[in-house]
Design a protein around this ligand. Structure first.
Ligand code: FAD
Ligand code: FES
Length: 600
């Protein structure tokens, strides 16, 4: 240890020198140009000389651009080993590395490899004391820093991610300080082992349980490993992405319309059955169907999603459609569809699914948003659920109030229910206390008055501003974000970490000459266009069309880009580190094999 570094309180009698701090690297986030976009990133770090103070959140002079993915108490200091530098120099045939090359704050040497350091190990460097919390979470920014977009995947598949420290005791460090090991983490699971447990296929149960016994493992990783424990077969990597369960059939099949019922002035329900009379596979409560429709005078078919509104395992499907002003599909379904017609339907999909716990459940909807939560209410009724159930619904008036009688009957058959139906503009025939409970909108302040239980699972569906307001209200009441589930009736919000915001554009065909490849349909964006080999991946193609997308590593590791594949097949290059769920695709590393329908 350098003579300037006094002993830390946590030093144990058997503490021993295991390595050395070669370089302290810091950098504040800055704008970087990348593929015509601006990225705000702190991945560029430069070595500093002399002592530096390390505090709870950062090394002085350091910062992170995207605090959702990096930084914070659990990820205060990122550490990488010089042995790994040598490994990558050889592997990539490079000799241009400088300290901070991997975006790390501490470049270290010694017996401190990812296969030696364990989660929960404690070290003293200088006067500061650290604890190992988790492996590095790789993202595309290390690819930018390394000038090699494959890096996020390589760091994981070659089992050399590096790791994070949290700061147990603030202090000063400087290049040349020795690394003193103060204590070993419980379970003695190395950084490489824990990293493989989350990212690589397998996820052995015993190992997951072992890792979950390490209190120092960061809460984010604990959540991911818990999700893996509960993952279902064929469900891809449940620790990284929540995906739709495997579909009951690939692509589309024909179902026959056996009933059309009016639910309110602007809403009809459509009953769909197997033309041969067989029972249709059960859906999960909350899922939706994708309908392929051919309105007359339209040159091409259109795709629309409709949530199932009936009992999920009735052997038939029921969807409920609100007629939108000038709406192409809803107008067609309301005016042209007849009993006996056949429609192309994709299997039930979606992740807005009623949980199977015993927690109280809040079913909160506005207008046509009642459809998926009504299916949940059916499911709860069928199982004679003893859960505490809250049915909170907002409609304009009795004329717009779909499912009023049906919901009332279902709620009456349950033991433990609270209901509140709000009409914002009750009609002359609407009677308070009989048809509805309160005049006004269903708002966050009304919710606060009702004070639903904090350990509830909440399911919200309605217009986006409604869901945003209610979600924020629930969060401010102390309901954990992981328990607040929403279903947007349109494109899901994008996730583009670190990219500077630009005005949203309506999805469009990509610029330039149209391609001649298979047709790519972006279902929620109402776009069908031929694939062009100019694009490296379906993700790049979607971006060129301004279709909202989600991604982080862009090379098949993080599963953020995992997308429901409604129809068709894709080819991977490179192969993802772990395959996605059945019926899903990782669009960052795939191209179409044939015509493809993506739920984007
Ligand atoms: C997961 C999911 C579940 C869903 N569940 C349901 C459900 O249960 N019930 C339901 O009714 N809907 C549901 N939807 C919505 C549904 O998929 C359709 O978006 C909806 O029916 C409208 O389609 P449309 O073709 O009738 O309207 P579109 O023709 O797509 O038009 C939509 C609106 O935009 C306006 N518009 C269209 N073109 C333009 C333009 N050029 N300029 C300005 N405005 C324009 C129209 O007037 C209309 O108001 C769901 C959506 C998703 C993603
Ligand atoms: S963006 Fe990470 S797997 Fe596709």
């Amino acid at each position: 240890m350098s003579s300037a570094s006094p002993q830390a309180e946590h030093t144990l009698p058997e503490a021993n020198v295991v390595g050395r701090l070669l370089s302290v690297n810091v950098g504040l986030p800055k704008d970087v140009s990348w593929k015509g976009k601006t990225v705000f990133t702190g991945v560029f770090k430069d070595p500093v000389t002399g002592p530096r103070r390390v505090r709870k959140l950062n090394v002085d002079g350091d910062g992170q651009g995207d605090l959702a993915g990096h930084g914070g108490e659990q990820r205060a200091v990122f550490v990488y080993q010089i042995d790994s530098y040598r490994y990558w120099e050889h592997e990539l045939g490079r000799n241009d590395f400088v300290h901070g090359q991997f975006g790390e704050n501490f470049t270290i040497e010694g017996q401190v490899g990812d296969d030696e350091v364990c989660i929960g190990d404690r070290y003293q460097i200088g006067t500061a004391v650290f604890e190992v919390t988790q492996p590095r979470v790789t993202c595309y920014r290390v690819g930018i820093r390394m000038n090699d977009p494959r890096m996020p995947a390589l760091l994981v598949s070659h089992r050399r991610p590096g790791f994070y420290f949290r700061v147990l005791q603030a202090g000063e460090v400087q290049a040349g300080d020795e690394m003193l090991k103060l204590a070993s983490g419980p379970e003695q699971m190395t950084v490489a082992e824990v990293n493989a447990l989350l990212y690589l296929p397998g996820h052995p149960r015993q190992q997951l349980l072992r890792a979950l016994r390490i209190p120092a493992l960061s809460p984010g990783w604990q959540t991911s490993l818990h999700a893996l424990l509960e993952g279902e077969p064929g469900g891809g990597n449940a620790g990284l992405a929540t995906t739709s369960p495997p579909p009951a059939w690939p692509g589309f099949r024909q179902l026959i319309v056996t009933g059309i019922d009016r639910e309110s002035d602007s809403v009809i329900s459509i009953r769909l059955e197997d033309p041969d009379g067989a029972s249709l596979p059960p859906a999960r409560p909350g899922q939706y169907l994708t309908l392929r429709l051919q309105p007359e005078n339209e040159q091409r078919s259109v795709l629309r999603n409709y949530s199932l509104s009936g009992p999920p395992d009735a052997g038939y499907y029921r969807v409920t459609v609100k007629r939108e002003h000038n709406g192409l599909a809803s107008g067609y379904l309301h005016t042209r569809l007849r009993v006996g017609d056949q429609l192309d339907i994709a299997a039930p999909r979606g992740t807005f699914i009623l949980d199977r716990t015993r927690a109280p459940v809040l079913l909160i909807s506005a207008g046509i948003g009642a459809t998926p939560v009504l299916a949940m209410l059916h499911a709860l009724t069928e199982e004679h659920s003893a859960r505490e159930i809250w049915w909170l619904h907002g409609a304009r008036s009795g004329r717009d109030h779909s499912f009023a009688t049906e919901a009332r009957a279902l709620l009456a058959s349950l033991r433990n229910v609270h209901t509140r139906v709000c009409y914002s503009r009750p009609g002359p025939d609407d009677l308070e206390g009989r048809d509805f409970d309160a005049v006004g909108r269903l708002t966050a302040s009304l919710l606060a008055e009702l004070a639903p239980p904090r350990d509830a699972e909440a399911y919200l569906c309605g217009p986006i501003p409604f869901m945003e307001e209610i979600s924020a209200g629930l969060a401010s009441m102390g309901i954990d974000a992981s328990r607040i589930h929403t279903e947007p009736f349109g494109p899901a919000p994008g996730l583009t970490p670190g990219i500077a915001a630009t005005p949203a554009r309506t999805p469009h065909a990509p610029p330039g000459k149209p391609g001649s490849g298979p047709t790519i349909e972006f279902a929620r964006s109402d776009l069908a266009i031929p694939w062009s080999d100019e694009y490296a991946s379906l993700l790049e193609f979607a971006e060129a069309c301004d279709v909202p997308v989600r991604w982080s590593c862009r090379t098949g590791v993080c599963h953020n880009c995992e997308t429901t594949l409604i129809g068709g097949t894709v080819n991977y290059n490179p192969d993802p580190v772990e395959p996605p769920a059945e019926g899903s695709a990782l669009i960052c590393c795939s191209r179409p094999h044939d015509d493809v329908v993506l739920d984007l």
